[in-house]
Ligand binder design. Structure first.
Ligand code: IPE
Ligand code: IPE
Ligand code: MG
Length: 242
């Protein structure tokens, strides 16, 4: 992928970056604002990060936007998050097309309210011909549920006689995950300093490099993304070898 003249140069750029966008509520609380203001401001961070990823030549960017567990938040917050998501999907089509970004989504997409699901479908379709960055939104996502659904899907294939249980290996299981069309992330960024995975891409992150920053998601901008890439550049990925 072509890089942008203004973006810093890196010796080695991760093909796939995944981000746990965390800290919106705390950002708002620090300012005496309702949590939702943090979510609203966080959409500016999404815009900046998508641009930065495109400029540096990252091919896949997966953003953890809403977990299955997040449905347990107060209804008012869930409703507002869904409204913000729908607005983002509607209002960003032109910008995504301008930057040659193709939208994809992973998760239990059927759980989304119907208008959100319809807008998601529309934006995916409207950007499907773009050939630059692939932006993957994780929506109503759970790593454990993804693995359970993959196992169920493998079992159906066995029952249909399409595969022999003895053939099941990592490649076979990977082909039944939501992420079957994408490589595993090379770099995981988590904002707001929390040292946990929160049920994100449990299978896919097995050898991913981790970058945790105290920066809260609404404050995350291009320089923060470049910092993460600079850190990645210096990593020695051994995969258990020496
Ligand atoms: C991340 O920010 C956004 C979502 C999980 C949807 P939070 O809302 O989790 O913010 P904190 O972690 O409470 O600060
Ligand atoms: C992880 O953040 C989920 C998303 C960023 C969508 P949470 O705020 O939900 O995670 P926990 O509860 O701190 O683990
Ligand atoms: Mg949080």
């Amino acid at each position: 992928m072509a890089t942008h003249p203004k973006a810093p140069k890196f010796k080695r750029v991760p093909r796939h970056v995944a981000i746990i966008m965390d800290g919106n509520g705390r950002w708002a609380k620090q300012r005496g604002l309702p949590r939702i203001e943090g979510h609203r401001k966080g959409t500016d961070s999404v815009r900046a990060t998508v641009e930065a990823a495109g400029e540096t030549g990252v091919e896949f960017l997966t953003l953890y936007a809403f977990s299955v567990e997040n449905w347990s938040r107060p209804k008012a917050e869930v409703d507002t998050l869904m409204r913000l998501l729908q607005q983002f999907l509607r209002d960003e089509i032109a910008e995504l097309n301008k930057h040659n970004v193709r939208l994809q989504a992973i998760g239990r997409l059927a759980d989304l309210p119907a208008p959100v699901g319809a807008q998601l479908h529309e934006t995916i379709l409207a950007t499907s011909r773009n050939t630059g960055l692939t932006l993957i939104l994780a929506l109503s996502y759970s790593g454990r549920i993804e693995i359970i659904e993959a196992v169920q899907s493998v079992i159906r294939e066995i029952q249909l006689g399409h595969i022999d249980p003895a053939q099941i290996d990592e490649t076979v299981l990977s082909r039944h995950l939501y992420t079957r069309y994408f490589p595993d992330p090379d770099l995981l960024i988590r904002t707001s300093g929390e040292m946990r995975l929160s049920n994100f891409l449990l299978w896919q992150l097995s050898y991913t490099e981790l970058f945790i920053t105290p920066t809260l998601w609404p404050d995350f901008r291009k320089p923060d993304f470049f910092d993460a890439l600079r850190s990645y550049e210096s990593r020695n990925r051994r995969y258990g070898r020496i």
